[in-house]
Design a protein around this ligand. Structure first.
Ligand code: URA
Length: 198
């Protein structure tokens, strides 16, 4: 049986041996084990690797606000990612100044952590897994698009858990329309109802 300490060692080992593309730091999941409610994001960003904790940057603030709005707090849930390191790219500006930014994880990078995420899910043994955005949705289910499945509850035999797809909280930064905002809030209310009936 794996332990979370074992998984942390495996993650560290993967990170230390990775040289296919640029990465900067890594984190492991955050929250109690076991736990009924597991959120799975994409990959950590700058703030997350600095603070060693998932969803504490800009997207994390949005996430926590909505989590609290349905009566949950970070202590009641576990949060992890599909890719445990921070994928980065370095851009050179017109003046020659370089800047580092996040990039989405590649399929091959997600695959590096396949066993780790599967093992983490087994250890957490959640009743419900909430996927945040397309990356964890495609990794954990056969569903292709968050636009089609967000806000709906499905039982996943393979994972022995319910799956509830949601948009990634950073989508609020990209889509500032009132309509999207309302729909996003509505999805959190649907999650609240799903949790009441688990
Ligand atoms: N976005 C994610 O998908 N995961 C994090 O941990 C932070 C931001």
């Amino acid at each position: 049986m794996n332990t979370i300490e074992n998984l942390k060692k495996k993650i560290k080992n993967i990170v230390e041996n990775y040289d296919e593309d640029l990465i900067r730091g890594y984190i492991t999941g955050d929250g109690p084990i076991p736990c009924d409610i597991l959120f799975v994001g994409e990959a950590p960003g700058k703030t997350e690797v600095e603070q060693g904790k998932a969803f504490v940057g800009t997207a994390g603030k949005n996430f926590e606000k909505h989590l609290n709005s349905i009566g949950l707090s970070r202590e009641n849930i576990r949060v992890t990612n599909t890719c445990y390191f921070r994928p980065i790219k370095i851009k050179e500006g017109k003046t020659g100044k370089t800047s580092i930014s996040n990039r989405p994880p590649k399929i091959s990078e997600i695959e590096l952590f396949r066993e780790i995420l599967d093992e983490e899910i087994k250890l957490v043994h959640p009743k419900i897994i909430i996927t945040l955005g397309n990356v964890p949705l495609r990794r954990l289910t056969n569903f292709k698009s968050i636009g089609e499945y967000h806000g709906t509850l499905h039982f996943n035999q393979e994972l022995s858990s319910y799956i509830f797809p949601m948009y990634h909280p950073s989508s609020l930064t990209y889509n500032r329309s009132e309509e999207f905002n309302l729909m996003y809030k509505e999805d959190w209310n649907k999650l609240k109802k799903a949790l009441e009936n688990l």
